[in-house]
Design a protein around this ligand. Structure first.
Ligand SMILES: [Zn+2]
Length: 211
């Protein structure tokens, strides 16, 4: 905790002071984020840092495994994620949604563990069920993988399947129909610092070039 407390003082003195005008505008006018960024809770994945964005730029949703439960007429299933998606798309009018998986993801590895492994933590098993389809796709399409390869492929396939879930939301369908929303599948490699993007034309993840 000492580290965090020292950090908030340092933040106020250095970062906040240097960006005083930006914070004043954000406080006065509210947030107008460009993008909804959905990623894993993993401490090594830092959306603002990897996109080099500023406060106010990203509306962020994080959870173990960057799962997006499909739209449900009967909340509360997946309500936290669902409410954030609806708010970002319909009220904040974000122009882009990024779903970003990452290498060495603990949630992807956990998908392959026996569910009674999590008996003492009863919310984890049901949450991981949102990755069941991902596991099935990986097992069906990539039978011959080493364990490490399998985790990487799982994280990438998972991003694509969560985007399918995202597209079940009426607000997402409407915004896409009106041409004001684009959805992107990203994958962050912790060890190299590279961010890969899925190319629907070439059906693969590839490095993002500067445009
Ligand atoms: Zn993760």
């Amino acid at each position: 905790m000492q580290k965090l407390i020292a950090g908030i003082h340092h933040f106020r003195k250095e970062y906040w002071s240097a960006n005083r005008e930006l914070y004043r505008r954000l406080a006065e006018h509210g947030q107008f984020p460009e993008a909804l960024f959905i990623t894993c809770s993993d401490a090594r994945v830092t959306p603002m840092a990897i996109t080099h964005t500023q406060p106010g730029d990203l509306f962020v949703v994080r959870n173990m495994g960057n799962f997006i439960p499909p739209f449900s007429e009967n909340p509360p299933e997946g309500t936290g994620v669902a409410a954030s998606v609806e708010y970002a798309v319909e009220h904040l009018k974000v122009r882009d949604i990024v779903v970003c998986g990452h290498s060495d993801c603990g949630a992807m590895k956990a998908l392959y563990k026996e569910r009674d492994h999590f008996a003492a933590t009863p919310h984890i098993g049901p949450w991981l069920r949102h990755g069941d389809r991902t596991m099935k796709v990986v097992k069906a399409n990539y039978p011959e993988l080493s364990r490490e390869e399998r985790y990487g492929i799982t994280a990438k396939e998972n991003v694509l399947l969560q985007i399918e879930n995202l597209r079940t939301y009426p607000v997402v369908q409407k915004a896409a129909r009106e041409g004001r929303l684009h959805v992107h599948a990203w994958y962050f490699e912790i060890g190299t610092g590279r961010v890969l993007r899925y190319s629907p034309e070439r059906e693969q993840f590839e490095p993002i070039r500067e445009e």
